[in-house]
Write a protein that binds this ligand. Structure first.
Ligand code: SAH
Length: 371
């Protein structure tokens, strides 16, 4: 780090960063918080709604674009607040699939990655919740440098706003998955605030049913989310059908055994009436055999479940793990289906563009460090 001169600022509470900058960030504010801001500035409350729309729905980059606000208010806001929290650093586009991966830079120099997938049925985005990650999953690139910090609600939502800006006029983001870098349930309050903000009809207007939160299995967080009353989809990263194998792949499995994680997922399904997605990475010769498929089928039989098989995205830092051949993937799927379990294989969206979580950021950092 030292030799490159690039030392990202590490802070415990991300909100502190903005205090240090002396400006209040607008992304992350609810309409009520904006109403308080307007009251402080001696402005009528209805201005809050106008500002909210500029920040989240129109996603402008410049206060001067806020044409329905008086010039003196725009100047005051420009002096005391921050309109955007992210700056586009690099992007990689995969022509074949129409997927673009963005690397964004935050105010403290940290970088996060987000993905925009343009499909016939709509535009979906995959967003990040932490800078780095401390879960330590052995197959994952996001965790290589450990956790740097949590993102604020504003930094989480701003990823969607920034990508919506990239779409042609009139198109919008309709689906969000919180499956980028980080463990969303370790950043619970900011993540839930961000979800409520992205749902707001005056803003991005994304339906709760089109939002998925993916967790490595933080049991207390799963329970709390079930009580939150948000009809979002929960995806559980299972990746193994028993404790021994799961502990090898995911250190978090040493804290909560598979029985407890599955019980929490079932509770979530019962409490919300929403089918839980079980994610299962297929790693050649590690967890992808017929025996594991049968064991997994036994675990999930009779539950409100959907299994999403994810053929491993090879990661430069993890050369020991490889993706299985298509025959093995199909065999695994077939065993689950013959037990009556709804199963899909994740379509490859960004194989050519470092799309496995954290890879683009890692590459950018290697570049910085001259490696
Ligand atoms: N921490 C959360 C969300 C971020 S990871 C979680 O664990 O669910 C999102 C998904 O991508 C998880 O299912 C994760 O296991 C998976 N993933 C991580 N590395 C991968 C890789 N190299 N190939 C394919 N999927 C990967």
């Amino acid at each position: 780090m030292q030799e490159s001169g690039y030392v990202p600022l590490k802070i415990a509470d991300p909100a502190l960063l903005f205090t240090q900058l002396g400006r209040q960030p607008l992304p992350g504010m609810t309409i009520h918080e904006m109403a308080d801001l307007m009251a402080d500035l001696g402005e009528p409350r209805f201005r809050a709604r106008q500002l909210f729309q500029w920040v989240y729905q129109k996603g402008v980059k410049d206060f001067d674009a806020m044409t329905n606000l008086p010039a003196r208010l725009r100047q005051e806001l420009a002096r005391t607040t921050l309109l955007r929290l992210l700056e586009k650093d690099t992007e990689q586009h995969d022509k074949r699939t129409g997927t673009t991966k963005y690397l964004f830079r935050l105010a403290d120099g940290s970088q996060v990655e987000s993905v925009l997938m343009r499909q016939s049925w709509g535009n979906s985005v995959c967003i990040t919740t932490q800078v780095g990650c401390r879960m330590g999953c052995t197959f994952c690139a996001s965790t290589v440098g450990g956790l740097v910090r949590n993102l604020t609600a504003g930094e989480i939502v701003d990823q969607i706003v920034m990508m919506q800006r990239e779409l042609p006029e009139g198109e919008r983001v309709s689906t969000v998955v919180l499956m980028g870098s980080g463990e969303p349930l370790e950043n619970y309050d900011h993540v839930v605030k961000a979800i409520r903000l992205m749902h707001d009809p005056e803003g991005l207007n994304i339906g709760y049913r089109h939002i998925t939160i993916s967790t490595s299995g933080i049991v207390p967080g799963m329970r709390r989310l079930a009580e939150e009353g948000l009809p979002i989809t929960l995806a559980l990263s299972l990746h193994a059908p028993n404790n021994e194998l799961r502990r090898q792949l995911m250190p978090v499995a040493r804290i909560w055994p598979i029985e407890e994680v599955l019980a929490a997922a079932r509770e979530y399904a019962e409490r919300t009436g929403r089918r839980v997605t079980y994610e299962y990475i297929l790693i050649d010769g590690v967890n992808d055999g017929p025996a594991e498929a049968r064991e997994l089928a036994g675990l999930l039989k009779g539950t409100l479940a959907h299994v999403n098989l994810i053929p491993l995205n090879p990661v430069a830092e993890r050369p020991q793990y490889r993706r299985p051949r298509p025959e093995r993937i199909n065999r695994f799927k077939q065993i689950l289906e013959s037990s009556g379990i709804a199963t899909t294989v994740r379509r490859e969206m960004g194989g050519e563009i470092d799309a496995a979580c954290g890879q683009l950021r890692n590459r950018a950092q290697r570049r910085h460090m001259g490696r």
